[in-house]
Write a new protein. Structure first.
Length: 169
């Protein structure tokens, strides 16, 4: 749980850096040039990934597990619709659809709404996103520890209930 949570926290750090670059570029450059500059900066991580994929070798433990996995019978996507798994698949799909929908509402729709309908500036919407990003980072790190302490299922339930309460507030 800690390892996954700490890796996920890197998402918030990258997102925060992107938000800062967004605010700076759209403050310094005309909008027609700022989005292009931001798009080009988005290529930097992709180039980094190419080097990591070429230079970093998989650990021996991973390679052994992968070889053992190849020896077993392959699993197929359609198995998630088998009678014993169908109800779990439906519930998990509904749960994750709701979580993803809420995430996109907070991170994509709301900043656009604040800018277009409420007249907030780029820095105004950037401030809103900064709060969401800091909260995400803290959530990833805390969840990393809670997942090991409570278990993944209870941790996810706690996250969902906490999110619901925050929305109501």
């Amino acid at each position: 749980g800690k390892a996954v949570g700490m890796v996920q926290s890197g998402w918030a750090l990258g997102w925060g850096l992107t938000a800062v670059l967004y605010a700076l570029l759209f403050s310094w450059l005309p909008a027609e040039q700022a989005w292009r500059a931001l798009f080009l900066l988005g290529l930097v991580p992709a180039i980094f990934v190419i080097f990591v994929r070429r230079l970093v070798k998989d650990p021996e433990v991973y390679r052994q597990a992968k070889d053992e996995e190849k020896a077993e019978a392959p699993s197929h996507f359609y198995e998630i619709f088998a009678p014993g798994m169908l109800w779990t698949t439906v519930r998990a799909s509904l749960l994750t659809t709701g979580a993803l929908g809420g995430y996109y509402a907070i991170t994509s729709w709301l900043p656009t709404f604040l800018k277009n309908e409420r007249g907030l500036s780029v820095l105004g919407t950037g401030g809103y996103l900064a709060m969401v990003i800091v909260g995400s980072y803290i959530g990833y790190v805390v969840s990393a520890y809670l997942s090991d302490l409570l278990g993944r299922k209870k941790n996810f339930i706690l996250f969902a209930v906490g999110s619901f309460i925050i929305v109501l507030l």
